[in-house]
Design a binder for this molecule. Structure first.
Ligand code: FUB
Length: 327
């Protein structure tokens, strides 16, 4: 066969291969429409869940929607999974869900009322349901934490089960963070091994709010938000320690605005897919040119570690992430 004919054959075969290859499905960012902030990501069985704050003026933050997906690309909205109707002590500013499964039930921790002093009613509450999509009802009939301790406003809780079965909550606004050990029935807090109940773990002067913790290769990663949530410089930084109680020393920023993509990228959560050890960061950001503080949208991008276990700076994208069905 002459060379020209061979080359033509090769060109035809690669054109056919390209036509056959299905395009890679990606989530796009934001991953679902609407103004939603502070996304809490969870995996229950083979389904991804996102529980965000409804991003509106505080008086209109009266309920939470949830979103589920089999693959990070296709999302279904579940409206009003928890609302003020089920929380007698709350009246506004429902924020920052943290949702966990324990003993077959689903627990939805939330912040309410944006209290400014111990004289006000509000703080961090917990609701319960038999299914991830609710409906959730208030577990206690009162807040779980309703006072300032170590200067931390009781908001922005994250709930974490350690390997020994202990459950911890890390929380706090107004530039202070505390860790507490939860009672086994989540009805309150109990002293840790050293007798401390509210242990301050504020990791750096830059700390503002939005705490999160996970464990990887035996070490505890603590992440938090810095800057003002209403502006472009909102961002996420991290530290690593050998214990959930620290001490934590700030290593650096992980997530921040990209003037070509979006501003105000912060208040995040993390998903680990164990089948291929991929990590995702789920966060809110503000579309370019938008200045309304509440115009926050939920996005997902990949998160990578280097060989020493440091988190590499996240590249925020318009494309989002590839489909990742859970096996
Ligand atoms: O969405 C209300 C508040 O905005 C959150 O609790 C803060 O972390 C900030 O994201």
């Amino acid at each position: 066969m002459r060379l020209g004919k061979v080359m033509a054959g090769v060109a035809l075969m690669s054109a056919m291969a390209m036509a056959d290859a299905s395009p890679v499905e990606r989530s796009g960012n934001p991953v679902f429409p609407g103004w939603y902030a502070d996304p809490e990501a969870a995996v229950f069985d083979k389904t991804y869940w996102i529980y965000p704050t409804t991003s509106r003026p505080y008086a209109q933050q009266t309920g939470f929607d949830a979103f589920s997906s089999p693959d990070l690309v296709h999302w279904t909205r579940h409206a009003n999974v928890l609302s003020l109707q089920s929380i007698s002590w709350a009246s506004k500013a429902l924020w920052a869900p943290a949702v966990v499964r324990k003993d077959g039930r689903y627990y939805f921790f939330f912040s309410a009322n944006d209290i400014q002093s111990d004289a006000e009613v509000g703080g961090i509450g917990v609701a319960v349901a038999d299914r991830p999509q609710g409906p959730y009802r208030d577990l206690l009939g009162k807040p779980l934490i309703d006072k300032f301790h170590n200067g931390a406003q009781p908001i922005d809780q994250f709930v974490f089960e350690d390997d020994d079965g202990s459950w911890y909550m890390i929380y706090g606004g107004w530039k202070h963070a505390n860790i507490v050990k939860l009672k086994d029935d989540f009805s309150g807090v109990e002293p840790m091994a050293d007798g401390t109940v509210f242990k301050e773990i504020t990791p750096a002067p830059e700390y503002v709010e939005g705490s999160l913790m996970f464990k990887r290769e035996g070490r505890y990663y603590y992440m938090w938000s810095e800057g003002g949530w209403g502006g472009p410089h909102y961002s996420v930084a991290y530290a690593i320690a050998d214990r959930p109680t620290g001490p934590f020393k700030r290593i650096g920023k992980v997530l921040q605005q990209d003037p070509a993509i979006a501003t105000g990228a912060g208040h995040h959560s993390v998903i680990h897919a164990p089948d291929d050890d991929s990590w995702y960061i789920v966060y809110h950001r503000r579309p370019l040119g938008e200045t309304d503080p509440n115009h926050r949208v939920t996005s997902i991008d990949r998160m990578y570690f280097d060989a020493q276990g440091h988190i590499l700076p996240v590249k925020i994208t318009h494309e989002g992430v590839e489909a990742h069905p859970l096996r």
